[in-house]
Design a protein around this ligand. Structure first.
Ligand code: 23J
Ligand code: MN
Length: 323
C-alpha cells in the first residue's frame, strides 16, 4: 500500500502503463516512425492516434504488447465511440423451437435442471445441467448441418477456422416489406437495389436480413404457424445463390427461427437457404435481434459457436462492434 503522505509516482516512473515516458516507450517492429516523432513533438498523444481520455481515466494496457489498431480499439471501446450491440436472444425454457412436419424428429426446447444451489449438493455453489437441441434460440448453423455440406472439409463447429467467425456486416432492412407480407422473400433485384445504395457486398461478409421479426413477443407470434405450416420471411432461392457463389459471403443471419423462410419446406429445392449456403460451405445465424441498432454497412459481427465435437451448430452469443 502506498503511504498517503507520499507523493504519487510521476508519470515517468510508472511501470509499463499509460503514463510511461516517451523515453521508455519501446517501439514495436511495425511502429510508424513518423507517428513516434509526432508523439515526441506532442502532436499525437501517447496512446496512439485518435481522441484519448486523460491518463488517469484510461485502462492500463502494457505498452509494446499491443499493436496500434488493438490499442486504438480498446481506447474507442472504453470511451464508448465503439459500441457493442448484443444480437442475442435470451436462451431459456421460454425460447421458441422450430416445428417440423410430424414425420420428422423434433428438437427439444431448453430445460435447465439445478445440480446444486447452495444446498447439500453443493453448499457454496450454484450450477445447472442443460438440455437443448443444437439449433435452439440464437444459434449458429455449420455447413455439416445440411446434406449438401456433409462431405465438405472443416464443416462442423469444432473444425471451422475461427477466422470465419468474424466479418463485416451488411444489414438489409426489409422491415417495411415484411410488415405488409409475412412471407416476404428478398429477391435478387432487391439485393441489387441495396448494393446500388450501399456498395457491393464484400467477400467474407455476414449478410443480415433485418425483418423486424425479433420484436414478435411469444412463441406463437414468433413461429406464426397456420394450417399450411409456418409463415415467416427469408431469402428467395436465387438470392442465396448470388450471395454464396457471386459474393462469397461468410454466411447469412436472420431474426426468424431458422435461416429459411417459414414456407421454404415447399420450395424447389426444399429449404433453399440451407441447401445452397451449406453446400457452398457457408454459415448461418438464426434468431438474431437488435439488428435495428446496426448501420447498413460498417459494423463487425463476431459469432463463435461452442466447439462441440462434430457439432452441426450451437447456441451462441452474437456481438456486433459499431462505431
Ligand atoms: C432442420 C430442418 C429444417 C430446418 C432447420 C433444421 C433449421 O431451420 C435450423 O435451425 O437449422 S429449416
Ligand atoms: Mn439452425
Amino acid at each position: 500500500m502506498m503511504n498517503v503522505t507520499e507523493t504519487p509516482p510521476s508519470a515517468s516512473s510508472l511501470p509499463a502503463g499509460r503514463g510511461e515516458s516517451v523515453m521508455s516507450l519501446v517501439a514495436p517492429p511495425h511502429f510508424h516512425h513518423g507517428l513516434l516523432v509526432s508523439m515526441i513533438a506532442g502532436v499525437v498523444p501517447l496512446g496512439g492516434i485518435g481522441p484519448t481520455l486523460p491518463f488517469e481515466s484510461r485502462p492500463l494496457t502494457p505498452r509494446g504488447t499491443m499493436s496500434d489498431v488493438l490499442s486504438l480499439l480498446i481506447n474507442e471501446l472504453h470511451d464508448g465511440r465503439v459500441r457493442i450491440v448484443d444480437l442475442t436472444q435470451p436462451l431459456g425454457p421460454e425460447t421458441p423451437v422450430i416445428g417440423l412436419p410430424p414425420q420428422f424428429a423434433s428438437s427439444p426446447g431448453v430445460t435447465m435442471k439445478v445440480i446444486s444451489e447452495f444446498d447439500d449438493g453443493g453448499p457454496t455453489w450454484y450450477w445447472n445441467e442443460l438440455r437443448f437441441g443444437e439449433h435452439t434460440g440464437t444459434h449458429f448453423d455449420a455447413p455439416g448441418h445440411w446434406i449438401t455440406g456433409r462431405d465438405l472439409p472443416d464443416n462442423t463447429t469444432d473444425t471451422i477456422g475461427p477466422d470465419r467467425f468474424i466479418g463485416p456486416a451488411c444489414v438489409i432492412d426489409v422491415t417495411a416489406r415484411v410488415a405488409a407480407n409475412e412471407d416476404y422473400l428478398l429477391s435478387p433485384t432487391e439485393l441489387a437495389g441495396w448494393e446500388s445504395e450501399h456498395g457491393k457486398i464484400a467477400v467474407g461478409s455476414w449478410v443480415l436480413l433485418h425483418t423486424g421479426w425479433s420484436t414478435r413477443a411469444g412463441a406463437e407470434a414468433f413461429l406464426n404457424v397456420r394450417e399450411d405450416g409456418p409463415h415467416s420471411p427469408g431469402f428467395h432461392p436465387d438470392t442465396v445463390k448470388v450471395l454464396a457463389h457471386e459474393r462469397d459471403v461468410l454466411g447469412v443471419g436472420v431474426e426468424t427461427v431458422g435461416t429459411d423462410a417459414g414456407q421454404a419446406g415447399g420450395f424447389d429445392p426444399p429449404f433453399p437457404t440451407h441447401t445452397t449456403m451449406h453446400g457452398a460451405g457457408k454459415l448461418g445465424l438464426a434468431s438474431l435481434c437488435n439488428l435495428d441498432q446496426l448501420p447498413a454497412i460498417g459494423a463487425i459481427v463476431i459469432a463463435a459457436p461452442l466447439k462441440l465435437v462434430r457439432g452441426s451448430g450451437s447456441p451462441l452469443r452474437v456481438l456486433a462492434l459499431v462505431s
